[in-house]
Design a protein around this ligand. Structure first.
Ligand SMILES: Cc1cc2nc3c(=O)[nH]c(=O)nc-3n(C[C@H](O)[C@H](O)[C@H](O)COP(=O)(O)OP(=O)(O)OC[C@H]3O[C@@H](n4cnc5c(N)ncnc54)[C@H](O)[C@@H]3O)c2cc1C
Length: 393
């Protein structure tokens, strides 16, 4: 049954794309977007890059001009948090008690930063997820001689690069052996480490953070598992994220690592999930959840089409990019550390290279380092699951 009243919870990349897709596919019913943030949809990737470095003013991150959003003919409930869902009664409950009825629902509430089990509310300790986080960290970095970044995944590594470019002394700490090793495997992670070292970032790998030193409610140091302490007035905690499904608890919807959806991004009849919050069954790759920008848009489109009965399995080639110093890294498929890796163009020692990952006789992932044209070619190899090992030059 085609819905006549759709509510989208989460007014960001995935939610906006879902709303736009609904209209593009001819949905003319009532459309409501509910967003906890008071902002109209904006883009998060620049937060750890241009915004943090002070190159962009906040207005520039808007995802669409105001007139384009107005043309959607949607009701915007911004600064309103969804706190509950009645699946049988078909209503979303908002903080304050209001109930918004729907017959089609898009869940696009993204993720929240994972926190350390200590240091809650301590001055000088930051996370980076939304615009306010980015502006607060930018302001802190402007007057700080140094910053400790806890977590060398892609967000921590990007923020470390931006802070270094602002002139801060940066110490990047991670319990794993190399920055981004989980995302890119050892060979490429070693290259990431060399990039950071060449720009003067201090790496403290193979050691976790066990506590903070504090004075008068402000952080003064970071205590490491190896017994050392790094003096710090500014700390960024970038240790991953947790799907924002708190408001769905008790609703009866299937929850696990996010909202559990099927191949078509559907979690229950008339209820779909999209973006960082949604775990779905990829026909070829199995169950997965992706926290990247391109996927948020693609899945927003797929989920909206499912709501309208235009069901196609959602089976993209996973993609992410990251910008650090003068390097653009682009990655397709599953460039995991468990796979074998081979360079297919350029050289790991140079400032340009491209490589493929393979496992079980198949090409499973690709990465390029300042080689955007090769990225498109290698994407095709990943999509085709070309035989592995590849012939290297
Ligand atoms: C600093 C930063 C840099 C990034 N850089 C890159 C990059 O370089 N490359 C890349 O591929 N990806 C990057 N990403 C990831 C990318 O931005 C995300 O994948 C994308 O934003 C996900 O979109 P989404 O709509 O699913 O979730 P989000 O953008 O997280 O939006 C979810 C929205 O839902 C709202 N919400 C949550 N709970 C509720 C509730 N209960 N009620 C109402 N509203 C709620 C939130 O406030 C938020 O506005 C970056 C992310 C961050 C934070």
């Amino acid at each position: 049954m085609t819905p006549s009243r759709v509510v989208v919870v989460g007014a960001s990349a995935a939610g906006l794309t879902a709303a736009e897709t609904l209209r593009r596919e001819g949905f003319s019913g009532q459309l409501t977007l509910v967003g906890e943030e008071r902002h109209l949809p904006y883009d998060r990737p620049p937060l750890s890059k241009q915004v943090l470095k002070g190159e962009w003013e906040p207005e520039r991150v808007a995802l669409r001009p105001r007139q384009v959003l107005d043309a959607l003919g949607a009701e915007w409930l911004l600064g309103r948090k969804a706190v509950g869902l009645d699946v049988a009664g078909r209503t979303v409950e908002l903080a304050g008690g209001a109930r918004v009825p729907f017959d089609g629902l898009v869940v696009a509430t993204g993720v929240r930063p994972r926190r350390l089990p200590f240091g809650e509310g301590l001055g000088g300790v930051h996370v980076l997820r939304d615009l306010e986080d980015a502006l607060a960290l930018r302001d802190a970095l402007r007057s700080a001689p140094s910053v400790v970044v806890v977590g060398a995944g892609f967000l921590g590594a990007e923020a470390a690069a931006a802070a270094r470019q602002l002139g801060c002394h940066v110490i990047l700490v991670d319990p794993l052996s190399l920055p981004m090793v989980r995302q890119l495997g050892t060979a490429v992670a070693e290259r990431v480490a060399r990039l950071h070292l060449a720009h003067g970032v201090e790496l403290r790998c193979n050691t976790g953070v066990v506590g903070f030193a504090e004075e008068h409610g402000r952080v003064t140091g970071v205590r490491l598992a190896d017994g050392s302490e790094i003096p710090a007035r500014v700390v960024l905690v970038a240790i991953g994220s947790i799907p924002a499904v708190d408001w769905l608890r008790g609703s009866g919807l299937p929850l696990g690592d996010g909202l559990l959806c099927d191949t078509y991004c559907e979690a229950a009849p008339g209820i779909v999930g999209a973006g960082d919050v949604a775990s779905w069954v990829h026909q070829r790759l199995g169950r997965m959840r992706i926290e990247h920008r391109m996927n948020a848009a693609e899945q927003g489109t797929a989920a909206a089409r499912t709501l309208l009965g235009l069901r196609t399995p959602f089976a993209p080639v996973p993609y992410f990019w990251t910008d650090q110093f003068d390097v653009k890294v682009q990655a397709y498929g599953r460039p995991s550390g468990e796979a074998e890796f081979a360079v297919v163009a350029g050289d790991l020692g140079e400032d340009r290279f491209a490589g493929l990952y393979g496992q079980g006789g198949l090409t499973t992932g690709a990465v390029t380092w300042n080689m955007p044209r090769e990225a498109r070619t290698l994407r095709a190899e990943v999509e085709a699951r070309a035989p592995w090992p590849v012939r290297t030059p």
